[in-house]
Design a protein around this ligand. Structure first.
Ligand code: HEM
Length: 269
């Protein structure tokens, strides 16, 4: 079982890291041709950084939109952050004093996380409008996270596992050494679901975590009057005389929108 889990964790880590890096690269190179910040929006870059911080730390726009979902969502995310920080003790030796300090808070954060998740999941059944738009993957993500939290809390409070051996196993994996993992059904379930979460993360809605930083309505400066917004590919178009280029090079340029506006420009000239 130890070797099985070791292989699973190596594969899952490769998929998680490779997948997220690729997706972030994809987001970063996606053109944002229009200036569309949600107003009122900051008029300076530092203002945008502050807005983004408020969005990520406090879910500001959700707070303004729906207080119930905000409370449940924030409870879950803050709980998750503390739980993950608390888990760093399994991967570091010596344990940083900040990680040691938050241990007791992290424990109760497990309950906060589970309560937030349960509320968010109940909403998908109880609110008719939300039930109608919920897909199996929405339910799967919530079930998986709740399953991980549930088995974790079970290990913490009901059926204990040998956490020193768990730590030895994970510290070993980092230097390509396989140490025995405790034989414990709760731990197997907990880790199995963590592996599944790691594998599906790069193709799931959970990508909103890195994705929020690439949202044009949040990361753009509201300065269309002071500064003409010009996407890099559009700037390139402006330096060329399109009437003299063969049609093929037109086709290789950014699709649809750009092509359409080019068509108009050609007809006008
Ligand atoms: C390889 C990664 C992970 C390992 C080795 C691991 C291991 C463990 C262990 C051994 C416990 C029991 C703690 C104790 O008895 O004191 C636990 C608890 C818990 N785990 Fe994990 N876990 C991992 C990932 C995760 C993830 C990704 C989540 C959340 C999505 C999570 C959520 C929880 C929760 C909520 C608890 C109960 C509260 C606590 O003790 O912090 N775990 N985990």
């Amino acid at each position: 079982m130890s070797t099985f889990f070791a292989i699973l964790f190596y594969v899952a880590t490769l998929i998680l890291v490779g997948g997220v890096v690729y997706k972030v690269y994809d987001y970063a190179r996606t053109p944002a041709p229009l200036n569309i910040p949600t107003t009122p929006a900051p008029t300076t870059a530092s203002g945008v950084a502050f807005r983004m911080f408020r969005e990520v730390a406090f879910f500001e726009s959700l707070f303004k939109a729906n207080l119930w979902i905000w409370a449940l969502g924030w409870l879950f995310h803050v709980g998750l952050a503390l739980v993950l920080l608390r888990h760093l003790r399994y991967f570091t030796e010596p344990v940083n004093f900040i990680i040691a300090f938050i241990q007791p808070f992290g424990m109760y954060a497990g309950f906060a996380m589970a309560a937030g998740l349960a509320g968010l999941w109940a909403r998908r059944f109880l609110v008719e409008r939300i039930r109608y738009i919920s897909t199996p993957s929405d339910h799967l993500m919530l079930a998986l996270l709740l399953g991980i939290a549930g088995t974790g809390l079970l290990m913490k409070f009901v059926m204990h596992t040998d956490i020193v051996a768990v730590k030895t196993f994970f510290l070993g994996l980092m230097v390509f050494e396989i140490n025995p993992l405790p034989t414990h059904p709760g731990l197997y379930l907990h880790l199995g679901m963590v592996v599944l979460l790691m594998i599906i993360f790069p193709i799931s809605k959970l990508l909103h975590a890195p994705g929020v930083f690439f949202s044009p309505t949040r990361n753009q400066v509201d300065n269309p009057r002071e500064k003409r917004h010009l996407a890099p590919w559009a700037a390139e178009l402006e330096t060329k005389n399109w009437m003299e280029l063969p049609p093929r090079s037109l086709r290789s340029l950014p699709p649809e929108g750009a092509q359409a506006s080019l068509g108009t420009a050609r007809r006008e000239t």
